[in-house]
Design a binder for this molecule. Structure first.
Ligand SMILES: Nc1ncnc2c1ncn2[C@@H]1O[C@H](COP(=O)(O)OP(=O)(O)OP(=O)(O)O)[C@@H](O)[C@H]1O
Ligand SMILES: [Mg+2]
Length: 393
């Protein structure tokens, strides 16, 4: 058996001028739940459709179970696709819908019956076999669509926002059910969603896409805790992003300098550390839940090597279980999250602290630096960088 069920190498797809998928490479192991996550229009569906054979790449290579599938039609690829809008046959019963693919493959009737019953049991619809699609709820229709694909025992199941049409509560329940079924069968899934929480809940691996490219691929913990780009940091969960300059790096201890807040300690991400240059523009990323907030009185702000910033609370939002505070310091607004109701109020001066290991310093891309420079020369107002920082790199 091949080490990977699906392999994409430098796959490119353009529609006219637009590069919808831009040199995407991806390896999917047997039994893995891989999610393509990203904002609308980033190329998720196009990537999935190329794996399924509904679209052909302009360049690059797609292997399924080790075989190059260029020119192989969808039905001969050992893949099956589950669509957001279910695409059930309205005139057929649930059981007939599920059996359809097996009938097309000329499977013996007795085996079709057994496999259909098994699939119905798997999705908890054993007593619904003789209903028509219009007699089902949205969640039930999606389960039929899932059973119809699973019954074919494909090497990889492709799912394009399969829960997109369901309301929040049934969606949460279906996420767990889907994950259960996937694990129970050891079925390889490639799953498309733009819902961050959904991707964290369900995936073994998440590929975060932006503008046709994969910006980072890793386990949910990896991509959340050590984002490799500012886009990943802010798309997956919330993140305070500060712009400034990387000043010093010595082993694990790194100093970032913000033009107004001064020096802040942080750490480099192993994946991008080599792209970070001392005295070059950089981003400083720290998540609200990693920031502690305390009153100013009777406090030693630099205790235990923490990073700290003093500011004034401008907003307090209770979110059930946690409270979010927006704290203004210099020209920056920093969001902090505390457990429980939180007693601090707008107008209070506070100190925010966090551990340097919880703050990731990322290089600023050449593209972003150039955009900033162009904007700074276009309008005569000073940009967000000190003159010193924008003159470099
Ligand atoms: N058949 C097509 N012809 C022209 N442009 C297309 C076609 N299919 C997709 N595109 C464009 O390619 C880009 C990527 O589209 P794609 O459907 O892959 O995005 P997506 O990530 O699935 O977005 P969404 O979350 O909205 O479904 C978009 O800009 C889209 O308009
Ligand atoms: Mg899509």
């Amino acid at each position: 058996m091949a080490e990977y069920v699906v392999q994409l190498t430098e796959v490119v797809k353009s529609f006219g001028e637009l590069r919808a998928v831009d040199r995407v490479s991806l390896n999917v192991r047997p039994g893995e739940f891989l999610t393509l996550l990203g904002p609308s229009g980033c190329g998720k569906t196009t990537t999935l459709r190329m794996i399924g054979g509904f679209e052909s790449p302009d360049a690059g290579e797609i292997l399924i179970q080790g075989k190059n599938v260029t020119g192989v039609p969808p039905a001969e690829r050992n893949t099956s696709m589950v669509f957001q809008d279910y695409a059930l046959f309205p005139h057929m019963t649930v059981a007939e819908n599920i059996a359809f693919g097996l009938r097309m493959r000329k499977i013996p009737p007795r085996e079709i019956r057994a496999r259909t019953e098994e699939a119905l049991r798997l999705v908890n619809l054993s007593t619904y076999g003789s209903r028509k699609p219009h007699q089902l709820s949205g969640g039930q229709k999606q389960r039929v669509a899932l059973a119809r694909s699973l019954v074919l025992q494909p090497a990889v199941l492709l799912l394009d926002e399969p829960l997109g049409a369901l309301d929040a509560q049934i969606r949460k329940q279906m996420q767990l059910e889907l994950k259960n079924i996937q694990q129970q069968l050891g079925q390889t899934f490639i799953y498309v969603t733009h819902d961050q929480e959904e991707s964290l809940t369900m995936s073994d691996q998440i590929a975060i896409m932006n503008n046709g490219r994969i910006e980072q691929l890793g386990s949910p913990e990896e991509v959340y805790e050590t984002p490799a780009t500012p886009f990943v940091a802010s798309f997956l969960g919330d993140c305070n992003l500060l712009e400034g300059t990387l000043r010093e790096t010595c082993g694990n201890s790194t100093i970032f300098e913000h033009p107004r807040l001064g020096p802040l300690k942080g750490s480099l991400n192993a994946k991008t550390a080599t792209d970070c240059r001392v005295n070059s523009p950089a981003f400083y990323c720290v998540r609200p839940e990693n920031i502690s907030m305390r009153p100013v009185e009777g406090l030693d702000p630099v205790e235990a090597g923490l990073s700290s910033v003093k500011g004034v609370i401008t907003q307090r939002v209770y979110r059930g279980g946690v409270t979010r505070y927006v704290v203004r310091s210099g020209n920056e607004e920093i969001t902090a999250e505390t457990l429980g109701k939180g007693t601090a109020a707008p107008g209070e001066t506070v100190i925010l602290t966090w551990k340097p290991k919880d703050a990731v310093i990322l290089p600023m891309s050449q593209a972003k630096q150039q955009r900033d420079k162009a904007a700074a020369t276009e309008n005569s107002c000073p940009g967000r960088f000190s003159d010193e920082a924008s003159g470099e790199g």
